[in-house]
Design a protein around this ligand. Structure first.
Ligand code: MBD
Ligand code: FE
Length: 309
């Protein structure tokens, strides 16, 4: 834009001063990033002839987004959390890292300090009519060696797509557990098949998505952090493969390597052998962790989390 107002000496000076570039104090990196972001915003307003009314509509939107505690929901909805994953993937690739279970986004619904147990756990505390799920697997290094003592931190939604803590109708830590792998690196749990999540229909995230002609639905999925001393922390999810939104996730988190086969058992003898009275599903999924090395980008994402009282 040759005749851009943003490029005039007056506005350049304004943007430099606003970012503190003419001041000695403060943080250099912060100054450069703020300068870029504010400049790009002003260019956008100019290019799209954004009116003051439109601008203040957006500011009240941002205010409501924070008040509704939905910043962490809009970020994946706009593909930004997946973009951050792709940046990390690319950095690791360039650092020569190969193999390992692929990462995918954490999302906004983790809470810390879920109950810890050895080898196995039952995740569903609150009675629900959901289909029983047995999931198990092994945590291994990229050479196939089992990793005992790894922590598999798992969390997922209930049959209504709600997560405990954020959904106060559930017990604290319902469908959230930490499982330490046994001597063979194995974990297993019993739970119920989750349903997909939908953004709060009256919230600011869904409001913007609707304006974009988009839905706010996630396919059914189960989240994991997998950690072990000497290995890179893995943040990932698996998808429940029969969900109609499997490849239409509003948060863009589905990856081909993270869609394990569902094995459904309807045979009365199998059902009885598990002490159940209805068909159930099993999933086998192994996690492969990369060894930590000083040459690699930091794998641990520092992010504020809620903690149940
Ligand atoms: C979820 O369950 C989730 O995982 C993400 C990323 C966003 C909203 C709800
Ligand atoms: Fe989720």
């Amino acid at each position: 834009m040759a005749d851009s107002l943003t490029n005039t000496p007056q506005v350049r000076l304004l943007l430099n001063r606003a970012a503190g570039l003419d001041q000695p104090g403060g943080n250099e990196r912060l100054k450069r990033i703020v300068h870029r972001v504010v400049t790009d915003l002003c260019r956008t307003f100019e290019e799209f002839d954004v009116t003051p009314t439109e601008f203040w509509t957006a500011m009240s939107y941002v205010t409501r987004l924070g008040q509704a505690n939905e910043v962490g929901l809009l970020v994946p909805g706009l593909g930004i959390e997946t973009f951050l994953d792709l940046v990390m993937d690319e950095k690791e690739r360039r650092a020569g890292l190969q193999g390992g279970t692929p990462r995918t986004i954490e999302g906004p619904l983790y809470i810390t300090d879920a109950p810890l147990s050895m080898g196995e756990a039952r995740l569903d505390q609150d009675p629900e009519k959901g289909e029983v799920l047995f999931m198990e697997g092994q945590v291994r290094d990229t050479a196939g060696k089992p990793i005992p003592g790894a922590i598999v931190d798992v969390w997922h939604a209930n049959t209504k797509g709600g997560y405990s803590f954020f959904d106060p109708s559930q017990s604290p830590y319902n469908l959230r557990r930490r499982i330490e792998t046994d001597a063979q690196g194995r974990y297993r749990f019993r739970s119920i098949l989750p349903s997909g999540y939908g953004c709060p229909p009256d919230g600011p995230t869904q409001q913007l998505l609707t304006g974009l002609g988009r839905h706010g639905r996630r396919p059914a999925h189960i989240h994991f952090f997998v950690e072990a001393p000497g290995f890179r922390k893995l943040t990932t999810q698996i998808n429940i493969s029969d969900d109609p939104y499997l490849h239409d996730d509003f948060a863009f988190a589905t990856r081909d390597e993270l869609i394990p086969e569902l094995v459904r058992y309807a045979d009365p003898a199998e059902i009885k052998a598990r002490g159940l009275d209805a068909p159930f599903t099993t999933i086998t999924f192994d996690f492969e962790l990369n060894r930590e090395a000083a040459s690699l980008p930091e794998a641990v994402v520092v992010r504020e989390h809620a903690k149940a009282a």
